[in-house]
Design a binder for this molecule. Structure first.
Ligand code: 3PG
Length: 307
């Protein structure tokens, strides 16, 4: 059994070693494709492997069709919008993710970006603090929960909105639940996004919603760039000189944002929320263990596509 790690953005070395251990102890062989620059390399690499561990690497129909022996692909991470689920199902390939395994890393970065923004991007001028401010968490999943925990440590007042959870489920964790996204944005000076990119959420963070935020608003996006309506956030930031936007997912209109909103906008050059040795190790080893358990025992826990 051949297990491919295909990571355009490589895991930390210790994570790869940990994955290798799990794979080889199971009697399987590990194949490594890192920092590939062309899709052809990926198409060649998937051609004769039984399983794959990926990150944000694109597994579209072309890749899934080229993977003739592939039985399972595990996205070492949370969001699986990079995988064509229907094509995987059609080819009888099981798709899984590793929910929660990189959540703390993303949460720490979200709050780190918040500190960076309120301290004026460390330019030496007087900033503000997080303590006592209202933070709205948009989607209260694994990352959202970790953001709440870290934000409470800063002394923030934490609110959350999640259409898939009851108010009771959110409030039992000491977080205030609000009834709608509109309520969250109206209430909170700070909003941290943790929604997946789906047909419903794409472009949903728009002018109408963001304009509800109180004075000196800060939007933190460590989720997906696709959820932002890029044209409308430009308009909003032109109209609201008090509005800041920080993200680790470079928007499509990054050059325009950087030029127009210097001092109020920041993006890391690469998505780096989950880019820690700990997150790589947790998610990578979980992925490897899920593959072994699937191939040896048929365990489909964490499957995200239809059969
Ligand atoms: C995720 O969905 O788990 C995060 O966005 C991390 O993605 P990455 O592994 O590509 O950094």
């Amino acid at each position: 059994m051949k297990v491919l790690i295909a990571t355009d953005k490589p895991f930390a070395a210790e994570a790869v070693n940990g994955i290798r251990d799990v794979i080889e102890k199971a009697g399987f062989e590990l194949v490594l494709l890192e920092k590939y620059t062309e899709k052809k390399q990926l198409l060649d690499a998937v051609a004769n492997v039984d399983a794959a561990i990926i990150r944000s690497d694109i597994f579209d129909k072309e890749v899934l069709d080229a993977a003739k022996d592939l039985k399972i692909v595990v996205r070492a991470g949370a969001g699986f919008d990079n995988i064509e689920l229907d094509a995987a199902t059609a080819n009888d390939i099981c798709v899984m993710n590793t929910p929660g395994q990189n959540a703390n890393a993303v949460a720490e970065l979200a709050l780190g970006l918040a500190v960076y923004a309120v301290r004026n991007f460390y330019n030496g001028t007087s900033g503000t603090e997080l303590m006592g401010k209202k933070l709205g968490i948009h989607a209260y999943g694994n990352v959202g929960r970790n953001v709440a925990r870290v934000a409470k440590g800063f002394g923030m007042e934490v609110y959350a909105y999640d259409p898939f959870l009851t108010a009771e489920a959110i409030e039992k964790e000491g977080v205030k639940a609000v009834a709608s996204a509109e309520d969250l944005y109206t209430t909170c000076q700070f909003v941290s996004l943790h929604i997946p990119a789906t047909a419903e959420t794409k472009n949903s963070i728009n002018y109408a919603l963001l304009s509800k935020m109180p004075k000196n608003a800060l939007l933190i996006n460590t989720a997906r760039k696709e959820v932002i309506n890029e044209a409308e956030i430009v308009k909003l930031m032109e109209d609201r000189k008090d509005f800041k936007y920080v993200t680790d997912i470079m928007p499509g209109n990054h050059a325009e944002m950087a030029e127009k909103f210097a001092g109020r906008y920041f993006s890391t050059p690469k998505k780096m929320g989950a880019q820690t040795a700990e997150a790589n190790t947790n998610a990578g080893i979980a992925a490897a263990s899920q593959i072994v358990d699937f191939i040896k025992n048929g365990n489909e826990r964490f499957r995200v596509n239809k059969k």
